[in-house]
Design a protein around this ligand. Structure first.
Ligand code: UDP
Ligand code: MG
Length: 219
């Protein structure tokens, strides 16, 4: 606003300032569900059909772990194997950077699916501290799936995923973490009327049909 006033008064404003002013506030959908509930698969289908950018917190952490010279590599590695949740200071910076980079390349890409986050109270606090006012959380897309189905899917995925946590031992810990820490976050958003739940135990296309209905209703 101030820039428009200045320009009307013929005060010279560099063009990049306009760009900053015009940039949309990021619109975020948090995507939650147990390990193997199908978050990544469904996010990929959403990206094919709608204008969203998919950011998986787990993928960002794995990339950071694998980045030569990362001071957090070891820490991330052990947290992932143990199915524990990495301190939010690390995760939130990766998410924030990824969002900023996406919008720097194309300012029209302001709609994000943030997959696998926030997973606990610490994550949520970190988000609020860093992103409150900077991004709007539209709703939570919750993939509801029984633990048995989740475990079976991850074990199947483990045959080819190469992931250090797709084995029975890590999975049991991940399920515990999910039930103890993540499920309460979903409940918290539920109380605010912000959760859109999909029965994720069915096959990919059936689940996606429901996802589409939700996205189209939300606009
Ligand atoms: N993780 C984390 N914080 C996050 C997201 C992931 O600490 O915000 C870690 C955690 O150890 C988790 C692992 O990364 O068990 C794998 O997460 P991912 O979302 O890739 O697994 P998924 O739920 O998709 O199977
Ligand atoms: Mg995933």
């Amino acid at each position: 606003m101030i820039f428009r006033v200045l320009s009307r008064l013929s005060v010279k404003v560099p063009s990049f300032v306009y760009r900053i002013e015009m940039t949309m506030k990021p619109q975020v959908v948090f995507v939650l569900g147990g390990p193997g509930a199908g978050k990544g698969t469904q996010c990929a289908k959403i990206v094919e059909n709608y204008s969203y950018t998919h950011l998986s917190a787990g993928d960002l952490l794995r990339a950071e772990r694998n980045r030569g010279g990362s001071e957090y590599g070891q820490l991330i590695d052990s947290y992932i194997k143990e199915g524990k949740i990495v301190p939010v200071e690390i995760t939130i910076n990766l998410l924030k950077k990824a969002m900023e980079e996406t919008m720097q390349i194309d300012e029209k890409k302001y709609r994000f699916l943030i997959d696998g986050f926030p997973r606990n109270e610490d994550n949520l606090q970190g988000w609020t501290k860093v992103m409150d006012g900077k991004a709007d959380v539209k709703f939570v897309l919750f993939f509801d799936c029984s633990n048995e189905v989740c475990i079976d899917r991850c074990l199947e995925r483990g045959k080819s995923s190469g992931r250090s946590d797709d084995n029975r031992e890590s999975l049991e810990k991940r399920i515990q973490t999910y039930l103890q820490s993540t499920r309460p976050i979903v409940s918290l958003y539920e109380k605010q009327g912000k959760v859109r739940t999909v029965d994720a135990s069915r096959d990919v296309d059936e689940v996606f049909a429901d996802v589409k209905i939700i996205l189209e209703r939300e606009g």
